[in-house]
Design a protein around this ligand. Structure first.
Ligand code: VGL
Ligand code: ZN
Length: 232
């Protein structure tokens, strides 16, 4: 069903440009054809969104998601990770809360290391207008979502930032559709934002397309092409 864009107000809308960084476009974790969405994203950034955010995956060199940091493990193998005890202990009323479950973690090539070119926005992206939000900065925590880690132990402040600026609707574009875009969209919805993902401004690692079904089921609205917004 086509999305009713007449109900969208730019003054209450934010665009979230997810992880358009060198390593995901031409570097160690390059997503196929990712360079093809840059012009579309730049065109969207000319629209009068009240808030324009650019997220960066931003890992320390010893990050838990890097295969290199796990002796005897290969890239793309899956391991089980546990919530870091020192962060769990800091939870308010920890003794009354349900235990946090271990999670599967894909082991990635080293990517988006803090203060490296790989972590920088790609040159072609018109990023001067973007407010930067960084995630994955803690050694022991993977954080695909630009809002918070999967255990809710750390958060980037993005939800509060958007709320304090009167944002009700968010539009997501970027990389990777099946990781950071998907998890950010699901969290945006969970936080109560009307959430749109612009399909032709997203590239995924896998091409099975399951992320689109998953997002739709969660109430995320998919806009097939940026042209629908650029023309409205
Ligand atoms: C991402 C894999 C590892 C992403 C981040 O930005 O989608 N994917 N870290
Ligand atoms: Zn990462």
């Amino acid at each position: 069903m086509p999305v009713d864009l007449a109900s969208v107000h730019p003054s209450k809308s934010a665009v979230l440009v997810i992880d358009v960084q060198n390593d995901f476009v031409s570097g160690s974790l390059a997503v196929r054809d990712a360079e093809q969405i840059i012009d579309t994203i730049n065109a969207l950034l000319t629209l009068p969104f009240a808030v324009k955010i650019g997220t960066q995956d931003y890992h320390p060199p010893n990050h838990i998601s890097f295969a290199l940091n796990h002796t005897g493990k290969n890239e793309f193998e899956i391991i089980t990770i546990f919530p870091p005890a020192e962060l769990v202990a800091k939870r308010k009323n920890e003794d009354t809360l349900p235990a946090l479950k271990p999670l599967d973690q894909v082991l990635w090539p080293v990517h988006c290391v803090q203060n490296t070119t790989g972590a920088a926005f790609v040159d072609g992206l018109k990023h001067e207008c973007l407010e930067v939000v960084r995630k994955g900065c803690d050694v022991g925590i993977e954080c695909y979502s630009a809002f918070e880690d999967p255990w809710g132990l750390t958060n980037t402040g993005l939800a509060d930032k958007l709320r304090s600026r009167g944002i009700s609707d968010v539009f997501l574009v970027g990389i990777a559709g099946d990781y950071c875009v998907k998890f950010t969209a699901l969290d945006a919805k969970k936080h109560g934002f009307r959430t749109f993902v612009i399909r032709d401004a997203v590239k995924s690692v896998s091409d099975d397309g399951t992320e689109w079904t998953e997002m739709t089921k969660a109430g995320v609205e998919i806009i097939d092409t940026a042209k629908e917004l650029l023309a409205s």
